[in-house]
Design a protein around this ligand. Structure first.
Ligand code: FMI
Length: 342
């Protein structure tokens, strides 16, 4: 665990802030909302200032006059304060995974799923076997939601991921507000998130459903530099690299340079291991077996700046899939706690 402690040492050297967890109810954000996908063309116009959208595309609410940096700071401070989670990895990685899983249900064939409705909060989605372990991120965010009851669930889950990436020294992620909580009957069916035991063509198809090409896919999976797999969640076990709470291009460097052996772990699940206690999923290994993916892995291993730039774009797109934002909802580029000297 000493590596984990050593790496978080880079991110926790800041003054502590108290989180005020006083306010009562978690926001249901029951804001009147109309899905365009109702077969009535007239509804493709107005009352959102004439914003038109393709069928099923969600139109975000106009940005409320709220201090989103304050929400960012509350999440960031809680990440810093509760640093003992998961053997001192902290909550950063699991928050990134929640942002991804709550967005990664999107299907561009029918514009269903995605981050807009904040539907992860419903049992049916929470209990999707692919979402095992994310309850920890949800519980982490609960007091934040009590403190800022006006923020929608979709905005909170995505902002949690953005905060986590930036606080773990990753790139700035442009983030826009305006997602609106949707009712339970919009929860997508379970089973839309990828299966980690598969190969390259499966990964390509799955990420194509989300609207991503090879470059974006490889950049996004580079987030596996963060956190670890857990027997109790996925059946896999171990971290991908040496600094699971610092955002780096280590995933690509390690994937190319370490010596990997295919093992069957204690849970009977096949994973690739190296002699440093790191692991790779079959889908991770597919990125060096497939020649097109491999070129990108090599590029990102060589140049962390290029990886940061591409990851930022692709992650912002993932969190905004299928949402049309009014012009006045400008992207926020949040300051980290360090940048604010907090
Ligand atoms: Fe990954 N992931 N991931 N992941 N993920 C994790 C943990 C994890 C898959 C599988 C998988 C992306 C893509 C994909 C991210 C970020 C991202 C685990 C271990 C598995 C099995 C879960 C556990 O606790 O056991 C794939 C193969 C299937 C869903 C896949 O395509 C993407 C795109 C991202 C972010 C952009 C992070 C940060 C973690 C660590 C979580 C933690 O708790 O440490």
């Amino acid at each position: 665990m000493s590596t984990f402690r050593a790496t978080i040492g880079r991110t926790v050297n800041r003054k502590s802030l108290a989180i005020l967890a006083g306010l009562t109810s978690v926001a249901g954000s029951a804001v009147a909302y109309q899905n365009y996908n109702n077969g009535n063309k007239k509804n493709n116009l107005k009352p959102w200032g004439g914003l038109a959208a393709a069928p099923g595309v969600h139109v975000a609410e106009k940005e409320a006059k709220r201090d989103y940096q304050e929400v960012y700071n509350a999440i960031a401070t809680k990440i810093r304060d509760e640093d003992e989670y998961d053997n001192y990895i902290g909550y950063g990685p699991v928050l990134v995974r929640l942002a991804w899983h709550s967005s990664g249900t999107f299907d561009r064939n029918d514009n269903s799923g995605g981050s807009f409705g904040g539907t992860y909060r419903f049992k049916k989605e929470m209990n999707d076997p692919s979402n095992k372990g994310l309850q920890n991120a949800f519980d982490f965010l609960r007091p934040i939601h009590e403190q800022f009851p006006w923020i929608s669930s979709g905005d909170l889950y995505t902002l949690g991921g953005v905060t986590a990436v930036q606080e773990m020294m990753g790139p700035k992620i442009p983030w826009r507000s305006g997602r609106v909580d949707q009712p339970e009957n919009t929860v997508p069916d379970n089973g839309r998130l990828p299966d980690a035991s598969q190969g390259a063509s499966y990964v390509r198809n799955l990420f194509d459903r989300l609207g991503f090409g090879d470059r974006e896919t490889v950049a996004l999976i580079g987030a596996h530099a963060l956190g670890k797999t857990h027997y109790e969640n996925s059946g896999y076990e171990g971290p991908w690299g040496p600094s699971p709470n610092v955002f780096t291009n280590d995933f690509f460097v390690n994937l190319l340079n370490a010596h990997w052996t295919l093992n069957t772990n204690k849970k009977g699940v096949k994973q690739w291991d190296n002699d440093q206690g790191h692991m790779m999923l079959p889908t991770d290994m597919a990125l060096v077996k497939d020649p097109k993916y491999r070129k990108l892995v090599e590029e990102y291993a060589k140049d962390q700046d290029v990886f940061f730039r591409d990851f930022s774009k692709a992650f912002a797109k993932l969190l905004e899939n299928n949402i049309k934002f009014p012009d006045q909802n400008k992207p926020h580029y949040f300051k980290t706690l360090d940048e604010q000297d907090l």
